[in-house]
Design a protein. Structure first.
Lengths: 214, 155
């Protein structure tokens, strides 16, 4: 039987190697977050990194109807002369905790998330994405470009489904990385999550197994 | 006792009588509720993909494929297309900058398919920019839609 490109799967060893790179990115992001907030930021182990069916992805974070503030950025790679999608970055907070987080930065006590609060969350995502992608970028040896951060404050599933729909054409499973940050001990939990584009694993395989040619 | 089934992304369920079919956190996806009021048989599909994928590694069902399967399931329970009516919910735009317009595409794909099947749409709550929780009661065909920021309606 002819083997398609998509039949070649990453081994457990490959996954561990990539997980290590992503963990460095997440740790750097936590440091960045700590500097921004002047608060203690703890990372929760273990990280999640594996193949998941698209429909399973929201349940890795919470219940479908949880009210969340979800900041999304599209990630693209500059591979040679081409710019290709490689994934989607999310920074997710439960809405209540997003408000607490904004209050730490604003040194105020707002009760509802206003536009200024949303801008703060977007800027936070922008900053930590930039820091954390450095390790991934140097591993993959191409430049990573991020879109402007965009925010959706709504039910967990509804903030993720447009992104999952956009990759549903490429495969029914994809690589997902999730790490949790706890700001100010355990008061505020934030999910740092990357849902990779299913096409990315071809790039990863080429990188990890130089003998594999297209 | 009512049975309750949760329909997650890309799935559907057909059932009869004392049943609630539920989809939670529907954003740009579309929930399609088909109902035969004579026999109290209905089905809910949670559609995430407007067009069929050309990629062999994707088994995700498109709007057309999933509705085909659901209609087959309804036929197997003795319904005819003539007796079916549709309610469509969802298709929101959840992000300001996201250009894929998947919500709109999902709605258009669903409407195309329903037109081809000659199933009339008798109610809809579509588009907008908020998520929805949806409950479809097969006893009376009523659909309760709870929107994140503008209350609950019954269609």
């Amino acid at each position: 039987m002819k083997q398609s490109k998509n039949d070649i799967k990453l081994t457990k060893g490959d996954i561990d190697a990539i997980k290590e790179i992503l963990s460095i990115g997440a740790a750097n992001a936590a440091t960045g977050l700590s500097e921004m907030t002047h608060s203690r930021v703890k990372i929760n182990y273990p990280y999640i990194f594996n193949y998941y069916k698209l429909k399973e992805i929201p349940s890795l974070i919470g219940k479908p109807q949880d009210m969340m503030a979800n900041i999304h950025m599209e990630i693209k790679g500059k591979i040679g002369k081409k710019i290709e999608p490689i994934g989607n970055f999310f920074l997710l907070f439960k809405l209540k905790e997003a408000i607490e987080f904004v209050n730490i930065l604003r040194k105020q006590n707002i009760k509802e998330l206003d536009d200024y609060g949303k801008d703060i969350l977007k800027e936070t995502a922008n900053t930590i994405a930039g820091i954390s992608f450095e390790s991934i970028s140097s591993f993959l040896e191409f430049k990573i470009l991020e879109s402007l951060p965009d925010i959706s404050v709504d039910l967990l599933n509804s903030t993720i489904d447009p992104i999952l729909s956009s990759i549903a054409n490429e495969g029914d499973k994809t690589l997902v990385f999730i790490s949790n940050f706890f700001v100010n001990d355990t008061k505020i939990k934030s999910h740092f999550s990357i849902v990779f584009h299913p096409r990315l694993y071809l790039l990863l395989i080429k990188k990890l197994r130089p003998e594999y040619k297209k | 006792m009512e049975k309750k089934f949760y329909i997650s992304m890309g799935e559907f369920k057909v059932s009869k009588g004392d049943t609630i079919l539920e989809s939670l956190g529907v954003g740009s996806c579309v929930a399609v509720c088909l109902y035969d009021s004579k026999n109290k048989i209905g089905g809910m599909a949670h559609i995430m993909l407007p067009q069929a994928s050309k990629n062999i590694s994707s088994n995700n069902m498109s709007a057309e494929q999933i509705l085909d399967e659901m209609i087959k399931g309804l036929h197997a329970k003795g319904c005819k297309n003539l007796d079916l009516t549709a309610k469509i919910i969802g298709g929101a735009s959840m992000y300001e900058f996201l250009k894929n317009r998947v919500g709109v595409k999902n709605i258009l794909a669903v409407k195309d398919k329903l037109m081809n099947e000659k199933i009339p749409t008798i109610a809809e709550d579509i588009f907008g920019n908020q998520g929805r929780n949806i409950w479809f009661n097969l006893n009376d065909g009523k659909v309760v839609v709870a929107k994140s920021f503008s209350g609950t309606i019954e269609i």
